[in-house]
Ligand binder design. Structure first.
Ligand SMILES: [Mn+2]
Length: 243
């Protein structure tokens, strides 16, 4: 174990309209990660978010709360959609590994970050798609993927900008599947409020919301026409594997 590299890991988290979620999010990380000092918690706040000022205050508060633990980085910018926000955060990062994260996640299993190191070490070429067990999609979908800097630099993005919000996870899942580099870490649990609600039989409120539904339909329609690009990007990553 000691010879395994402790990667610098950036958790890329676009946020909007619910600053209070960040308390539980940050605390769950502080309580479960084995090496806090190599984590960077990055947030992208839309400048048109009515709660942007609250996020600014929260930034100072969280820094005060976790002074010598993980690094906290807030980026304020135009509302460019979650894929764009994820890529902007990645562009500012020096991390070895990026996770696409959500503010409604809670990290549950202790030492999850060491498990990422462990799995990543199995692929010295840096091409892998690692994800945890969020209790709903499980091995079916890499909802919150970890990909490497090598992957990011080969493709030029972490999140494909073809989409407004949805199916980014499907895209990465398919890339990993084509490459046979999907790594589902079943024994590491994270909880996701969306999935928890679904499991308890509650309807996702946002599914009934007109705009979100239309946006999902648009993303799905684009996805269906994009397999060509998906395969091209898989080829780029395959070239990295083939050296
Ligand atoms: Mn969510």
């Amino acid at each position: 174990m000691n010879s395994i590299k402790a990667n610098k890991i950036a958790l890329l988290c676009p946020v909007r309209g619910r600053p209070d979620y960040l308390y539980d999010y940050c605390e769950s990380i502080a309580e479960t990660a084995s090496r806090l000092d190599r984590l960077v918690l990055q947030f992208y706040v839309d400048t048109d978010d009515p709660l942007a000022k609250q996020y600014q205050m929260l930034e100072a508060e969280l820094r005060g709360r976790y002074p010598d633990k993980f690094e906290i980085s807030f980026l304020y910018g135009d509302p460019i959609g979650t894929p764009g926000a994820i890529n902007q955060m990645a562009a500012l990062s020096e991390a070895d590994i990026f996770m696409i994260s959500n503010d409604d996640l809670n990290f549950v299993t202790p030492g999850w970050d060491a498990r990422v190191d462990q799995e990543a070490a199995k692929y010295p070429d840096g091409i892998y798609n690692i994800w945890f067990n969020e209790g709903y999609f499980g091995d079916m979908l890499s909802c919150f993927p970890f990909v490497s800097r090598v992957w990011y630099e080969a493709l030029g993005y972490v999140a494909p900008v073809l989409f407004e919000h949805f199916v980014v996870d499907h895209w990465i899942h398919h890339l990993g599947r084509f490459l046979k580099r999907n790594v589902f870490v079943e024994d590491v649990a994270i909880s996701h409020r969306h999935a928890d609600a679904e499991n308890s039989g509650l309807q996702f409120a946002w599914q009934e919301e007109g705009f979100a539904k239309r946006r999902m339909d648009r993303d799905n329609a684009v996805f269906e026409k994009s397999e060509h690009y998906l395969r091209l990007d898989a080829q780029i990553l395959q070239q990295v594997i083939d050296g």
